[in-house]
Write a protein that binds this ligand. Structure first.
Ligand SMILES: Cc1ncc(COP(=O)(O)O)c(C=O)c1O
Length: 306
């Protein structure tokens, strides 16, 4: 499928979708009710961000997307260079500087009556919206209160969490667990009681100057990777291994990582204030996260020329 020419800047001011091989306004962001992406959650996606007019770590997001497509037996009709062009096109046409940029592939609609996913023609979509924070600025300042839900994360043997997916029922229900108890957001545990992740983020605990995060059973977030690389650069001790819930509750600092805000300090666990908010280690990683946006190796500027 040919990539269309670069769309005019701000052609769809405020947000742009790429659908059926063309750029379009957000009002055209629709899929068939019969697409298995909807009826079976048979879809993979990735979300990159642009900040002050440049993509951050776009290569890492595209690598993860192509790996996920392979693991899901999905395919898109574009190569890597074309995908990049389309994502840039969405930000350009949307006239956005700070953007949430999604690439999505659904199984598609199999022929009527067919139950074999191999017969479906996969569908590709992309879109750019204004940057999305997983917690509002006000909430970040007031201090996020994280609930540890009793709900178990779906087992990685059932749904591979390294494939970015829409199997969010456990995560969404855990958000209601949090809201019902007066907390702001949630994380879920694995069968052994170790902390996995939350709706849209990875979880880190800091104890005695050592940073801990789960090594498996989670999406390998690109912001998680950034935090891990920053620990190595800054000589901050790091352990990537199962994260027992007791360690989280007893931590000196807790933070989340997500493309929706980078490194986000947590103030309370289940209503109980943590000793430090934002803690010194979290603050260094948060500064480091935003400073990396200026490093050419991590940034890919959008062309807004007319
Ligand atoms: C379940 C889950 N875990 C972790 C993350 C964080 O990943 P990233 O840092 O790539 O945004 C996300 C992002 O949406 C997610 O959905």
């Amino acid at each position: 499928m040919p990539v269309p020419p670069k769309p005019p800047v701000q052609q769809f001011d405020g947000g742009c979708v790429f659908i059926d091989g063309a750029y379009a306004p957000l009002s055209e962001a629709k899929i068939s009710m019969f697409d298995w992406g909807f009826t079976r959650s048979d879809v993979t996606y990735d979300v990159a961000t642009a900040w002050r007019g440049s993509f951050f770590r776009l290569d890492a997001h595209m690598d993860r997307f192509f790996e996920s497509l392979g693991k899901m037996h999905l395919a898109i009709p574009f190569d890597r260079a074309e995908l990049r062009e389309i994502l840039h096109g969405c930000v350009r046409a949307g006239g956005l500087q700070d953007a949430y940029v999604a690439m999505v592939c659904t199984r598609g609609v199999p022929p009527r009556g067919a139950r074999d996913p191999r017969q479906a023609q996969n569908r590709f979509y992309a879109y750019a919206l204004p940057y999305v924070w997983i917690a509002s600025r006000e909430k970040q300042q007031a201090g996020i209160d994280l609930h540890v839900s009793e709900r178990q994360r779906i087992a990685p043997e059932s749904v591979d969490p390294t494939v970015k997916n829409y199997h969010w029922i456990d995560l969404v229900q855990s958000m209601f667990d949090a809201y019902d108890r007066g907390h702001d957001t949630s994380c879920v545990l694995d069968a052994a009681g170790n902390v996995t992740e939350g709706p849209g983020f990875n979880v880190f605990a800091v104890k005695g100057g050592v940073v801990h995060t789960a090594g498996r059973g989670v999406l390998e977030g690109i912001s998680r990777r950034t935090a891990i690389e920053l620990c190595r650069r800054l000589d901050i001790p790091l352990r990537i291994e199962p994260l027992p819930v007791a360690l989280l509750r007893d931590a000196d600092e807790v933070f989340l990582t997500s493309s929706g805000g980078g490194v986000l300090p947590i103030a309370k666990i289940d209503g109980r204030p943590l000793p430090a908010f934002p803690g010194p280690v979290t603050a260094r990683l948060q500064d480091g996260y935003w400073a990396l946006h200026d490093e050419p190796a991590f940034s890919d500027p959008v062309d807004y020329a007319a």
